[in-house]
Ligand binder design. Structure first.
Ligand SMILES: [Zn+2]
Ligand SMILES: [Zn+2]
Length: 417
């Protein structure tokens, strides 16, 4: 490298850095809210004077304390090309920082770009009612004489004051704060409604239990039990929504009401005398082979009642809903069970296979066989299993200062000068 080249390079480098032309991305604009500061103004290129920054900071802090609205003021000298215009850059920056306090998105961003000679007011979703585009344009109209004169200080102080004035009228403050309170009201009324309905439905649950307990004439315990079990099914579903009231009640109901309904005293339908429930050992002589098998495999439980007066016997059946046994189509006993599937032709990567679903009756030996198709074996999965990774979710430090997490859908106005 000749001395002349060196000199030229030095000249280029120093010119470049003296111009201070550091084009910004939304990530590289210094955020006035970070773990060390809770400010509103970002002035990395020194476009604004220190005294103007102090003035704007005071306006913004006052605005936030009165209305919860966050006003961010950014003055830069150029942004990188990938943002195709100042609207795009301002909207991206707004949402990247998440400007907006109170009821979220109650925020305003001032973006001055002295390189493009453009000034944008970006309005968060929560302020669009009070600062519609036309109001923003009016504010910019007032700022325009200063902007044309490169009087950035006065332009932005005037703009910030006008925003302050518009958002701190009695009506505006009321609207902003009511907007903020509305959510509280909604959540508290939801909680109230939930508690109210929890108990109202509990009352209904108690009523259902009374229906379950009501003894009908000439009704066997097994029929009453069936009704009580159906009611339990309803209670179990309601418990999903109201676990603390109906849920507890359903548990108590299952433990107390249902066994009571099954075992409560029975009178003989023939002579009207009381009947006795036989013990498990004594009842077997009144059950046939099928019923004994069903009891042994726990698909059906039987209660046998015997009349003290006329010696009449009643056999009542209770199907175990948790049992996997089904009813045999030939003998009618609930003794049908699944056998392992029989594979006739195995599936491969390229062709389906054939198999048989098989069921057999434990009592009569009857078999039910249903052919089925085995699907093609899928190719080995490369990395679809295991933990899924997620990207994004900008994690901002919440200690110190941070913006309120607002969002802008692109409301606002731009002026070029
Ligand atoms: Zn009798
Ligand atoms: Zn059978």
């Amino acid at each position: 490298m000749t001395p002349l080249h060196k000199l030229l390079l030095l000249f280029l480098v120093s010119t470049f850095s003296l111009l201070g032309f550091a084009a910004y991305t939304v990530q590289s604009v210094p955020n006035p809210k970070n773990e060390y500061s809770d400010n509103f103004v970002s002035n990395p290129d020194g476009i604004l004077s220190d005294s103007a920054v102090v003035l704007i900071e005071n306006i913004a802090a006052d605005l936030r304390s009165r209305t919860t609205v966050e006003l961010a003021v950014v003055a830069i000298n150029g942004y990188v090309d990938k943002y195709y215009d100042i609207e795009h850059f301002a909207n991206s920056l707004y949402n990247y920082w998440g400007i907006g306090g109170g009821d979220k998105s109650q925020g305003v961003l001032f973006l001055l770009d002295t390189n493009e000679r453009a000034f944008r007011i970006e309005v968060g979703d929560g302020c669009e009612g009070l600062l519609p585009d036309i109001e923003c344009a009016e504010i910019q109209e007032e700022m325009l004489p200063y902007l044309r004169e490169n009087d950035w200080d006065n332009a932005l102080v005037v703009g910030a004051s006008l925003v302050y004035d518009k958002l701190t009228t009695d009506e505006a403050v009321l609207e902003l704060l009511i907007g903020y309170k509305k959510k509280d009201d909604i959540t508290s009324s939801f909680a109230f409604n939930y508690i109210f309905w929890s108990f109202a439905i509990l009352l209904l649950a108690v009523l259902l239990a009374v229906i379950a307990l009501t003894k009908r004439k000439k009704e066997y315990n097994s029929d009453a039990y069936k009704r009580a079990r159906n009611i339990y099914g309803i209670l179990a579903v309601i418990s999903i929504i109201f676990p603390l009231t109906v849920g507890f009640f359903a548990g108590w109901y299952r433990k107390n009401i249902m066994p009571y309904v099954r075992k409560r005293p029975v009178v003989c339908p023939d002579c009207g005398k009381p009947m006795h429930l036989l013990s498990e050992e004594d009842e077997d002589e009144y059950l046939d082979e099928k019923q004994i098998l069903e009891e042994n495999i726990k698909s059906i439980d039987y209660d046998v009642w015997r009349c003290d007066g006329c010696n009449k016997k009643i056999v009542l059946s209770y199907i175990n809903s948790l049992s996997s046994f089904s009813v045999c189509p030939r003998c009618g006993a609930r003794t049908m069970t699944k056998l392992p599937d029989k594979i006739l032709v195995s599936a491969t990567r390229s062709s389906t296979g054939k198999g048989l679903h098989r069921q057999e009756c434990k009592y009569c030996g009857h078999r039910v066989i249903v052919p089925y198709v085995i699907p093609i074996i899928p190719p080995p999965s490369s990395s679809s299993s295991g933990s899924s990774r997620s990207y994004g979710g900008s994690s901002r430090s919440s200690s110190g200062g941070s913006w309120g997490g607002g969002h802008s859908s692109g409301g606002g106005s731009t002026v070029r000068f």
